[in-house]
Design a protein around this ligand. Structure first.
Ligand code: FES
Length: 125
């Protein structure tokens, strides 16, 4: 992506705001770091896309997936807009999107600054 950031050099454009639906997230690569960007009530949050439990991709939270026998699983995990958290699609650990904390284990994953300008979402690493 070549769009020049209106913010400092840490920030990279990762999406347009309408590409991330409310209550959902996308996976992006920012300087080689796997980041998930979620839309919570119209605010955007960036967090590591690698769950600290067993490395599930958090952007898949709340999605269905197809199994080897061509059946679909129910959705697992997802964004809780009231709590501003995402539950991992594998074992439902709930990550705070502002702090990166999983309260029960005391583990924490990376969170990143997000800025929005002219309908574009930027993540600062
Ligand atoms: S891999 Fe995320 S809760 Fe297990």
């Amino acid at each position: 992506m070549s769009t020049k950031s209106p913010f400092d050099d840490r920030f990279t454009k990762v999406a347009e705001t309408d590409e991330i639906e409310r209550g959902d997230g996308i996976a992006v690569d920012v300087n080689g770091i796997e980041v998930a960007v979620f839309n919570v009530n119209g605010e955007f949050y960036a967090i590591s896309n690698v769950c600290a439990h067993q490395c599930a991709p958090l952007d898949k939270a709340g999605e269905q997936k197809i199994n080897a026998d061509d059946t679909w699983t129910d959705t697992r995990g997802g964004v809780n807009e009231d709590a501003c958290t995402v539950s991992c699609p594998w074992h439902l650990w709930e990550w705070d999107l502002e702090t990166g904390e999983h309260e029960a284990s005391g583990k924490r994953i990376g969170t990143f600054d997000v800025e929005v300008a002219d309908g574009d979402v930027y993540v600062g690493i």
